[in-house]
Write a protein that binds this ligand. Structure first.
Ligand code: ADP
Length: 169
């Protein structure tokens, strides 16, 4: 089925449409790493059915933290936020799949963990906005921008998820 459906360029194939190749940048923040939540978080995205396109552990330098959060630089909590993100290693991930940007935000839950729904990562695993465990891009454009910031081209792995026919029609 795969061979006859997905040609070299795959332009006719729903499973390889632009929408199913949407990507988002997800990051376990230093508190999530220190609290041993990396496996649990990766598991939730894997079980949902997204494809892991990039994964690394990384000590974020200050200038990258500032660039990543540049939209928030006028906020009073910005210096604290940069200190938090650079306070220890983070785990950087690129996840791919249909509607992955919005879906990841749902899996993650509201920014303030006390307002995040139970069942979401922040709702289940955090209590403070300044220690909310995880980041997820808030738009497709920011997903692309952030993956470009945090990953080199060679760090992103193109591989075929053999389960695709069981996940996508
Ligand atoms: P999100 O991460 O849900 O997209 P924002 O982009 O608004 O949320 O904020 C980025 C990060 O800044 C948050 O995840 C959180 O770690 C931190 N942050 C946001 N608001 C506050 C606040 N009022 N006090 C401290 N840190 C905050």
């Amino acid at each position: 089925i795969l061979a006859s459906c997905c040609g070299e360029r795959g332009e006719h194939c729903g499973r390889r449409s632009a929408q199913s190749r949407e990507q988002t940048y997800v990051m376990v923040k230093p508190d999530g790493v220190q609290r041993g939540l990396v496996g649990e978080i990766i598991s939730r995205f894997e079980r949902k059915g997204f494809r892991l396109a990039g994964l690394k552990m990384f000590q974020c330098p200050k200038d990258l933290a500032k660039k990543h959060y540049e939209e928030l630089q006028e906020k009073p909590f910005f210096p604290k936020l940069v200190k938090y993100i650079t306070s220890g290693p983070v785990v950087c991930m690129a996840w791919e799949g249909p509607g992955v940007v919005a879906s990841a935000r749902k899996l993650i839950g509201s920014t303030n963990p006390l307002q995040a729904e139970p069942g979401t990562i922040r709702g289940d695993l955090a209590v403070a906005v300044g220690r909310n465990v995880i980041h997820g891009s808030d738009s497709v454009a920011n997903g692309e921008r952030e993956i470009g910031l945090w990953f080199g081209e060679a760090e992103l792995c193109k591989w075929h998820l053999e389960l695709t026919p069981w996940l996508l029609e």
